[in-house]
Design a protein around this ligand. Sequence first.
Ligand code: ADP
Ligand code: 5GP
Length: 207
Amino acid sequence: MICDSLALFAIRYWLFAGKMTGKLIIFSAPSGAGKTTIVQHLIRVIPNLEFSVSACSRPMRKGEENGVDYYFLSVAEFINKIKNDEFIEWEEVYKDNFYGTLRSEVFRIWNNGHHVIFDVDVEGGLNLKSQYADRALSVFVMPPSIQSLENRLKQRETETPESIARRMGKAEKELEASDKFDKILLNDTLPHALAAAEKIVHEYLEA
Ligand code: ADP
Ligand code: 5GP
């Protein structure tokens, strides 16, 4: 009986401690700047980081997996979750393409004893930072030029010409918000950007 209570206490303490110590690392950028490439690398090399899987209502791309890349929802399902206040932040990034961070996702990761890493657009990144100011690091991934964004989106071969145009239409304004982030990371040559990203994250987690 006492053993049971102690075990329960230990589990509660562990959950609580996890919630109290977890940090958030936010990577944001205009589409095509390379944030997914950088975030996926960080998850591979830093063991206690866990990716915050966002919910979204865009169609699944070839090679993507539900629950791994995103929780893929219909527009109606997404709107229902907005009504139920299940999101920390959400946005209609493009027409009928909703994206958002579920509250349950952050608690799931903290309860695993991990730090959360986000790959979200610029507005979402600023929103998360404003809500978790003292325990969040926000990093803006800067492309070498606007032209390089378009080239990278074309080379990724995931977007239609219309979707590339929509993404480029948002990019200029997003670049103007870069100085609102804690750090700006230039993604010029990839090996250099990956090494710089690792350094930024290690320094923050060890502080
Ligand atoms: P985002 O998540 O910001 O939309 P991605 O990580 O998907 O961007 O990168 C867009 C494309 O650019 C991908 O095909 C990726 O392989 C490529 N890429 C990323 N970083 C670089 C880089 N430094 N130089 C050249 N291509 C890159
Ligand atoms: P993609 O369709 O290329 O996967 O993502 C489109 C944009 O939505 C990207 O800039 C991506 O970072 C952003 N995004 C992904 N998840 C979220 C999220 O949870 N919230 C917000 N605000 N944006 C997100």
